[in-house]
Design a protein around this ligand. Sequence first.
Ligand SMILES: NC(=O)c1ccc[n+]([C@@H]2O[C@H](COP(=O)([O-])OP(=O)(O)OC[C@H]3O[C@@H](n4cnc5c(N)ncnc54)[C@H](OP(=O)(O)O)[C@@H]3O)[C@@H](O)[C@H]2O)c1
Length: 254
Amino acid sequence: MNELKVSPKGRVAFVSGANRGIGRAITIELLKEGAKKVYAGVRNLKSLDDLKPEYGDRLIPIQLDLKNDKLIFRAGRLVKDVEILINNAGVYESGGFFSDETLDSLEDNFGVNVMGLVKLSISLIDHLKNKPCAAIVNVASVLGLASMPFSGTYSASKAAVHSITQGMRGELTNSNVLVMGVYPGPIETDMTRDLDMDKDSPQNVANDIVNALKEGSEYVFPDVMSKQVGELFFTEPLSIEKQFGSFVSEEQEA
Ligand SMILES: NC(=O)c1ccc[n+]([C@@H]2O[C@H](COP(=O)([O-])OP(=O)(O)OC[C@H]3O[C@@H](n4cnc5c(N)ncnc54)[C@H](OP(=O)(O)O)[C@@H]3O)[C@@H](O)[C@H]2O)c1
């Protein structure tokens, strides 16, 4: 296992999905922590204009759509000095496995959360390997550690992100690249707008990621719910599936 500490201070980062939600909080946190430069991967180049007065040239929007290979590989050519890649951008398309929407939802979730993440990582990996010290941070989800019924296609995409994170870490063992998986529970963003339950703040996720970079941690459970799931993941992983299943039976009973 690597024992790399990759403090953002003075370093160059790339954040996908930097314009809103968790990605925006990470972008701001990296800049506050003294990152030399943050490349903000966004679909709309103007979407971070409000941050420009405060952060000026340290914040550089880069056009990125994870469904557009040309933009993904163009980004790789533009950001050769990158040292920290935060694979944050993602979509949540609800859907279980036995409906008319299953295949579309599977394709949407995998298209961005899995294929997009892998393509962007391929596009930037040589730059990361060239640096004395670098990091790849993959934002997965607690739903990638066990499947949530009726959100199974999203869960499957995040399980793939979890597995990809392990695979990247394995391939980069003894290298200069720290590989971190982040497993949030419910966080207050547009993605969970319709979810009626307690949610943690994107700011807490961003703080935990920055602290984990400084400490060289490989697993991050950044909120109240995910800390509980994280404990079970290391001690009693099968109980997570039962716990997620019970949310659905409780709803059916109600
Ligand atoms: N919120 C939660 O409870 C929660 C829990 C666990 C994990 N996560 C994960 O955390 C990450 C961030 O989620 P969030 O809650 O911050 O969601 P969000 O507020 O919906 O933001 C999603 C971000 O991803 C970007 N994005 C979506 N599709 C894209 C594409 N094709 N190409 C490039 N960028 C794209 C969006 O850009 P546009 O503005 O252009 O659409 C936006 O910046 C995701 O990977 C999500 O799965 C979230």
